[in-house]
Design a protein around this ligand. Structure first.
Ligand code: SF4
Length: 377
């Protein structure tokens, strides 16, 4: 199986926390669509296996007209074998989702929506500089259900300064009222080249303390579990069987093609990164030579990527697979550390698989880093 990611590099306005690649200048959209379609055709031999997932991410893919999305899906279908049951996801902001647009999206073949809700509290939404308010999010969710979307994911953010526990609980409860098939959650991180990054440097933003952030994460886990959701990855919850097939493919080292400025691809051996600039991207496509960098993944990078991605999932890091497929005997390499973390109740080792416990998930980044191959190995 294989997947395709298409990066749509436009947003109506810049959220204060975001460092993704996007532009708020929507003028050159028509040329961009043409180039995205062209890149798909140019790279039609990149994937050797049928495409089972297509993901329109961004940026804000829901800004595109349905006609543009339709063109891109048709180009994908003519360039690759796309399976009949392919998961086709569109990331969307609530303010783009009128009822008629939702109906047209279904007609175009979109069968999964990932809606950037982030919060149901208007003070928080305006602090984040989101382009929508809570009311439009509620309307979009209701309409999406009414027109027939049966696979909806919501994004929510916690650990935002001034997000009280009460506000966080209310946001989770409101989300759960819609019984979304999937919820992705992110603890706010402050990136340098964002307005929040600037405010932090100037002392105008105070981060949530680690303990409060951990309590919001734990509360989330408890509420989701009580509502019947499976935390199949640290940041992702789904109703049974409704995990994101596209994201899961990233965690299982499945090849994927990334189309568009700033998109990444992986062919099983190397990673490719498209240039992160709209004008340079479109020019290179018009010249027939996509501007990208290739990086051959060496054994160390493959091992570390395997540990990093699998440890975050409920399936855990399979020591046998790591040893036989990538030649790394993690148990021998970090035996003392693993025993120490087991005794501390942060990891479990069962049937040759390492998994993080609930408490371990709070320290996932540190534990992962400690297990990775480093210069001393
Ligand atoms: S809408 Fe999404 S991609 Fe655009 S600025 Fe906001 S968070 Fe970033």
């Amino acid at each position: 199986m294989a997947g395709v990611y298409i990066h749509i590099p436009y947003c109506r306005q810049a959220c204060h926390y975001c460092d993704f690649h996007f532009s708020t200048n929507l003028q050159d959209q028509e040329l961009m669509i043409k180039c995205l379609s062209q890149e798909i055709s140019i790279r039609k031999d990149f994937l050797k296996e049928p495409v089972e997932t297509i993901y329109f991410g961004g940026g804000t893919p829901s800004l595109l007209s349905v006609k543009s999305l339709d063109l891109l899906i048709k180009t994908l279908r003519t360039s690759f074998i796309v399976t009949n049951d392919a998961e086709i996801t569109l990331e969307a902001n609530p303010d783009d989702l009128s009822k008629s647009k939702l109906e047209q999206l279904i007609m175009a073949g979109i069968n999964r929506l990932s809606i950037g809700i982030q919060s149901f509290d208007n003070t928080i939404l305006s602090y984040l500089n989101r382009s929508h308010d809570a009311e439009s999010a509620l309307v979009a969710l209701t309409d999406a259900r009414q027109v027939g979307f049966s696979n909806i994911s919501l994004d929510l953010i916690y650990a935002i300064p001034d997000l009280s526990m009460d506000m966080w609980r209310k946001t989770i409860n409101t989300a759960l009222e819609f019984k979304p098939e999937h919820i992705s959650t992110y603890g706010l991180t402050i990136e340098d080249k964002t307005p929040f990054g600037t405010w932090l440097k100037k002392g105008q933003l105070k981060l949530m303390d680690e303990e409060s952030a951990a309590r919001q994460f734990e509360t989330l886990g408890e509420m989701m579990l009580a509502a019947g959701y499976d935390q199949y990855e640290i940041s992702n919850f789904s109703l049974p069987g409704m995990h994101s097939r596209h994201n899961s493919s990233y965690w299982t080292q499945t090849p994927y093609l990334g189309v568009g400025p700033g998109a990444h691809s992986y062919d099983g051996a190397s990673r490719f990164s498209n240039v992160r600039s709209n004008p340079r991207y479109t020019q290179s496509i018009m010249d027939g030579k996509p501007d990208m960098e290739a990086e051959l993944l060496h054994s160390k990078e493959k091992i570390n990527e395997f540990i990093l991605t699998t440890l975050r999932t409920k399936w855990g890091c399979n020591l046998e697979v790591l040893k036989t497929q990538l030649g790394d005997d993690l148990m021998a390499r970090r035996q003392a550390y693993i025993t120490q973390q087991q005794l501390a109740g942060l990891i479990l080792v069962e049937h040759n698989v390492i998994r993080l416990t609930s408490r371990g998930k709070l320290l996932a980044d540190k534990i992962t880093e400690d297990l990775m191959v480093d210069d001393s190995d």
